[in-house]
Design a protein around this ligand. Structure first.
Ligand SMILES: [Cu+2]
Length: 469
């Protein structure tokens, strides 16, 4: 969208009073470069600023916003003390733009630069983050949202983006320097102690201020390296309109919205007719109040709006289960379960030596991979255009948000039973001991990561690749 059109929409919004407008794109121009660097930012309300790593001196990094079909050209400059890359989570990019070290490109050494260039075919809410040492670089603050606008955006009064994450901070507000511990690799991951919304500590003081009967679109990204969220908007029943960037039939949220690492959801939230304050909770674990929804002022319109329209679907090839080839993917390991047999980088090893010599905890199809030595056999070789069903068998006591690069897939079976309503995902939560069938058409040529998005699990062996040729 041109800057002029953005300005037009904004001024139209100011003038139109109660009329419903398409979601107004943010006015900030899309930056042409991302500089990954080290700086300080206020995360907690009190005390010292926190030393963070981020893009363009901000956590989260700048919102990258494109029209559908627009070419994204982003120059990455590495000003970190480590090599890095950027991966465009969920965006169907050409393989060489996918940002995976040792698979699609060499990691950028400190002070190196690289230009990413790809066309944005699919509308929706996506995000970007490094794929190099992601168990450290992401929780230090390297992530940002990427949005591709619909040709006809959903009519709402306002649009908000919440990049959710967590920081593990000491009493001095500085990050606890305990990245890469084997105990985190093999358990629930390195969990932060400070949930953040757009880089600021969550809590009752984070206020989402609405007017009665106002309608907002809330784009949610879980950029946490390990934390799974379960969001509860008390006193409200938002509509789920999109999951992982793909429109779904609008449905009211009847239970807390579970978002594993890497997952996204777009909600349409109606403020309700009255005034008042409502807590927004993360219901996982002991529960954390993350924000306050405050409703006050003169009503935006006379009454609450009804069901929002559906977002137009992206063009994704529908898998035909009758002709699909069948594949298996078995996960084993973790501190509560030892892999039965195992390999590291293609060489057979006994399990004890996997754990001890490499700090690895997990296997996928009896093989553990780690990102610095991808001397590996791909999990699957697929022909371009092949219709595929992968039966994932979680033989562990842990949840795993599983992410496939370069494709969207549908969950078509759970614990041996077919799934009725199929939605597109790029990242799916697997419960402990669950069996899940996912289906997709392998139409994007290249070698694609298939890994757990608990980034400590990925570093602990839970990553592999799928080759489409
Ligand atoms: Cu996992």
């Amino acid at each position: 969208m041109s800057l002029n059109r953005r300005r037009f929409l904004q001024s139209a919004g100011a003038a139109a009073g109660s009329a419903l407008l398409p979601a107004t794109p943010f006015a900030a121009p899309v930056p042409s470069e991302l500089v990954a660097g080290v700086f300080r930012q206020q995360v907690r309300d009190r005390g010292a600023d926190t030393a963070v790593w981020g893009f363009n001196q901000s956590v989260p990094g700048p919102l990258l916003r494109f029209q559908r079909g627009e070419e994204a050209i982003v120059r990455l400059k590495n000003r970190l003390p480590q090599p890095t890359t950027v991966h465009w989570h969920g965006v169907r990019v050409p393989n060489e733009m996918d940002g995976v070290p040792n698979v699609t490109q060499e990691a950028l050494a400190p002070d190196a630069e690289f230009t990413y260039r790809f066309r944005t075919h699919d509308t929706g809410t996506y995000w970007y983050h490094p794929h190099q040492s992601s168990f450290e670089q992401v929780p230090r603050g390297l992530y940002g949202a990427l949005i591709v606008d619909e040709d006809r955006p959903l009519p709402v009064d306002r649009e908000l983006v919440w990049v959710l994450s967590d920081f593990k901070l000491g009493s001095d507000n500085q990050p606890v320097e305990d990245f890469g511990k084997v105990v985190d690799f093999g358990s629930g991951g390195r969990m932060g102690n400070t949930i953040a919304i757009n880089g600021k500590a969550a809590g009752a003081q984070q206020r989402l201020q609405l007017r009665p009967n106002e309608r907002v679109r809330l784009r949610l990204v879980n950029a946490s390296s390990a934390r799974i969220l379960a969001l509860d908007f008390t006193g409200h029943r938002p509509w789920v309109v999109s999951l992982d960037g793909q429109g779904v039939k609008p449905r009211p949220l009847r239970a807390p919205l579970v978002l594993g690492g890497g997952q996204r959801a777009d909600l349409v939230l109606d403020a309700g007719a009255g005034s008042g304050e409502f807590a927004i909770w993360d219901r996982r674990d002991q529960g954390t109040r993350i924000a306050t929804l405050a409703c006050a002022g003169s009503p935006v319109r006379a009454r609450v709006l009804g069901t929002p329209p559906a977002i137009a679907a992206n063009r994704i090839l529908q898998p035909d289960l009758q002709r699909a080839t069948r594949h298996f993917l078995v996960f084993e390991g973790g501190v509560l379960g030892m892999p039965a047999i195992g390999q590291v980088d293609g060489r057979p090893q006994d399990v004890k030596s996997i754990m001890e010599r490499h700090g690895l905890s997990w296997t996928m199809n009896y093989t553990a991979q780690h990102e610095h030595a991808m001397m590996h056999e791909p999990l699957f070789h697929l022909r371009r255009g092949e219709h595929v069903v992968v039966k994932m068998l979680n033989r562990t006591e842990f949840e795993h948000p599983m992410h496939l690069h370069g494709h969207f897939f549908q969950v078509v079976g759970l614990d041996g039973r077919p799934v009725g309503e199929r939605v597109w995902r790029d990242t799916v939560m697997m419960a402990p001991r669950q069996e899940m069938d996912i289906a997709f058409v392998a139409d994007n040529v290249g070698e694609w990561m298939f890994h757990c998005h608990i980034l400590d699990h990925a570093a602990g062996g839970m990553m592999g690749t799928v080759v489409v040729e």
